[in-house]
Structure formats: C-alpha cells, structure tokens
Design a protein around this ligand. Structure first.
Ligand code: ADP
Length: 259
C-alpha cells in the first residue's frame, strides 16, 4: 500500500468553549472591533455565556472598549484568569503590551502569543468565544484557521466600494480555508442624526447586501453611523451593554439573532 500523506494537524478544541466565531474585515477602521464587542454583548443579552479574544495585534482595542486595565491575573500554574467586563470574559493581546508600545512582532511571535492567550486561559464554560481578528488576511488568520475549530466568520465592511473589495478578499481567504462565512455586517450603513433622528444614506444603500448576494453569503444587516456608538466606545461603556433599548443597540442585537 502507498504510504499515507501526512495531512494537516488536527484542529484542537479549546477547553470549555463550545463555539468560536471570528470577526474579520478586509481593511482597518471599518468598525470591526466595535462590531465584535457589541455583537458579543448581544449574544450575552440573549442568554449565552460569552468571551472575547482580542487578536488584533496591530490595534488591540478591547481594553479601551471595555474599560479594562492592566494585565490579566496569572495563577501559580501559569494559567491566565481572564478579565471580566459586563459579564463577558476578555483576553486581549493589548493587555500584554506596555502603554503605547507599538507592535513590531514578526508573525511567529504574534501567533505564539495568541496561542498562549487562547490555550492557557481558564475560560470556564463558554457558549461562544468571539475572536476580534486583525484587519486583512495575514499570519494570525492562517494560524487561527489551521489550528482552531471555528464555527465560522463574520465579515464587517462599510458600504463604500473599496471597503467591499477588501471584504471580498477576506471572504475568499475563509472560503479557501474551509471556514464558513456566517455573513456580512454593513457598518456605518446609514447616518442617524443624534438630534433629530433623521436617517441619511450618505454612502448609498445596499452595497454590502448586493455583495453578499453575489457571493452567496448571508447579509446580517446594517449598523447605523451614530455618535452614541462612537462616544460609548471611547468611554469603555459599549452601547449594547449601557443603552440596550436604543435603536443602535437593537441593530447589533438583530445581527446576533441571525447568526
Ligand atoms: P476597526 O476595528 O475596524 O479598526 P473600530 O471598531 O476601532 O474599527 O472603529 C473605528 C472608529 O469608528 C472608532 O472610533 C469607533 O468608535 C468608530 N465607529 C465604529 N463603528 C461606528 C458606528 N457605527 N457609528 C459611529 N462610530 C463608529
């Protein structure tokens, strides 16, 4: 008999975690982290036990978004105890850096640091771990999809054509690595005026929905561009946790209902 070709190493589940959902974007600044945190809080509002792994090595934003400070505690056996905010467990690559230290890690360093955050943390029992990926398609993505069993990925894009072209590349990467696309979220979909509540479609309408349709992936809905989302993010008091009855929070909750 012909010798068997060695296949890729088996994907190892993470202890205590039932489902892992990655949040990705084709490029930076489209609101990926803001969406990831509010999506996670929306899952929590639906009764799930939720955790977040901030894997955005170039711009980790979970400490700021969730008002977390300092490094996570480490037990005597070297296992991390995650931070906790708004009932969600959080580990961020940002907590491992000193102040404004820039990330100049090479791929292997970043992936081994993330491996440690993921595998050497006492998560407890978790229904869904939301992973906030770096923008684009790089080493962290490849290592994650090869070593971790992902339930699927959500891709965040703004309505502009350029952002959508990059979103298509991210979707293509997941398709090639057999990760199912749970859907596209269109962030900054329309402008909601904070004083009069009027809706303006400043970037046009339907861009992400059309892209989703043409790629045969679900469209998970649009999130408005709204000052409250930005202000609450900056203050470490995310909107789904602190103003769950607002229309903006309901937009995130609607996304979580579709996933
Ligand atoms: P990314 O993770 O894609 O780099 P961020 O989530 O950090 O993007 O968002 C970039 C900036 O845009 C932040 O200042 C954030 O508060 C703001 N932002 C994101 N989504 C919205 C929104 N829907 N409405 C208003 N501001 C938003």
């Amino acid at each position: 008999a012909a010798p068997r070709q060695p296949g890729p190493p088996p994907k190892e589940p993470v202890k205590g975690i039932k489902s892992i959902i990655a949040v990705a974007s084709g490029k930076g600044g489209v609101g990926k982290s803001t969406t990831a945190v509010n999506f996670a809080l929306a899952l929590k509002a639906r009764g799930q036990k939720v955790a977040i792994l901030d894997a955005d090595i170039y711009g980790p934003s979970m400490p700021k978004l969730l008002g977390i400070e300092g490094k996570p505690a480490m037990r005597d056996d070297g296992i991390f105890t995650p931070h906790e905010a708004y009932g969600i467990k959080v580990m961020s690559i940002g907590s491992m850096l000193e102040g404004d230290q820039a990330v100049v890690w090479r791929g292997p360093m970043a992936t081994s640091a993330l491996r440690q955050l993921l595998r050497e943390t006492d998560w407890g029992e978790i229904d869904t771990l939301v992973v906030d990926l770096p923008p684009g398609t790089g080493d962290v993505h490849i290592s994650l999809v090869q070593t971790v069993p992902l339930t699927g990925a959500i891709v965040v894009s703004t309505p502009q054509d350029l952002a959508l072209i990059d979103a298509k590349k991210a979707i293509d990467m997941f398709a090639r690595t057999q990760v199912s696309i749970l859907g596209i979220v269109e962030n900054m979909s329309y402008f909601l005026c904070p004083s009069c509540g009027t809706r303006s479609d400043i970037f046009g309408t339907g861009g992400a929905a059309d892209t989703a349709k043409s790629l045969g992936v679900p469209f998970l809905g649009g999130i408005p561009l709204h000052m409250d989302i930005r202000e609450r993010s900056d203050a470490g008091t995310p909107i789904v946790a602190t103003a769950p009855e607002s229309d903006e929070a309901k937009a995130y909750i609607a996304v979580a209902e579709l996933v």
